[in-house]
Design a protein around this ligand. Structure first.
Ligand SMILES: C[S@@+](CC[C@H](N)C(=O)[O-])C[C@H]1O[C@@H](n2cnc3c(N)ncnc32)[C@H](O)[C@@H]1O
Length: 257
């Protein structure tokens, strides 16, 4: 009896000990999943990874590309530099867009409207929606519009994650030297696709990352392969790549009809 009692008491002492260890482990697992794991799922969108920021980057990586810093309005004068005519050939770039007079064109990341202002006369029965996230850029654009008497350009304040455009309202979304610095490219492009009419077009002008001789900061250039990868994930169909400009690719996409 005594031995048996001792054995029973040892067994009783042993089993609760394993059970309590298992309970503790289970508790740790539950707490971990509700804190570390759960928090990670809430804070980090699966589309983006985080890295130590490069000199010209924001430390957010999208489909293998670190997103560039936004060009501040303090540098807006650079957008209207006279040398841009030779460097970017805006007349040839706009001719390549093959615009129709009734087109509704969204210039996303319009800045001071260097392109919006030049496109406006080509869409006399349409208009240009000039979207930017910096009110200061839009104020500079407004001043230019008034000075030049341009009436069919409408400044629109966008958000970091939305172009703030109505659904199925635009024929063409143009992004010149801008897309690479969108902090939430997937979300903005999802909004752009929703804003396009069926069959509507998207055109990106980006400095050629494949050419190391082009003196533009690394993250402010994009390769054809990268642009195509990023447009494909939001359902845009690649149409063509025009490499006739000296330093930029013009990439054309279409929303399926
Ligand atoms: C380098 S500037 C180019 C401006 C203009 N496209 C041009 O070629 O003159 C890039 C512009 O994109 C704007 N931008 C950055 N992120 C944006 C976003 N998520 N939505 C709209 N505009 C954005 C910036 O505020 C800046 O004015």
């Amino acid at each position: 009896m005594t031995c048996s009692s001792r054995a029973d008491s040892r067994q009783k002492g042993l089993f609760p000990s394993i059970a309590s260890v298992l309970r503790s482990l289970a508790l740790v697992a539950v707490v971990w999943s509700l804190t570390a794991c759960g928090t990670a799922a809430l804070q980090v969108s699966p589309e983006y990874q985080t890295t130590a920021p490069s000199a010209d980057g924001i430390g957010r990586v999208y489909l293998g590309r670190e997103i560039a810093q936004t060009m501040g309005h303090q540098g807006a004068g650079w957008l209207d530099r006279p040398s841009r005519v030779l460097q970017e050939r805006p007349r040839a770039a706009i001719a390549a867009l093959d615009l129709h007079p009734t087109d509704i064109v969204a210039d996303i990341g319009a800045g001071t409207g260097y392109f919006a202002r030049r496109i406006a006369p080509l869409v006399p029965q349409g208009r240009v929606l000039a979207v930017d996230i910096q009110p200061e850029m839009l104020a500079l654009l407004q001043t230019e519009l008034e000075a030049k008497g341009i009436e069919n350009v409408e400044p629109i304040l966008g958000q970091l994650d939305s172009p703030n455009l109505p659904p199925s309202s635009i024929d063409l979304a143009l992004m010149v030297d801008a897309y690479h610095e969108f902090a939430y490219p997937r979300e903005v492009m999802t909004g752009v696709v929703a804003a396009l009419k069926p069959g509507g077009r998207v055109v990106l002008a980006e400095y050629k990352a494949e050419n190391p001789m082009i003196m533009i900061k690394r993250l402010h250039k994009m390769s054809v392969a990268q642009v195509r990868r990023e447009m494909a994930v939001v359902g845009l169909e690649w149409v063509k790549t025009d490499d006739s400009l000296p330093e930029q690719h013009l990439l054309f996409f279409q929303k399926p009809a």
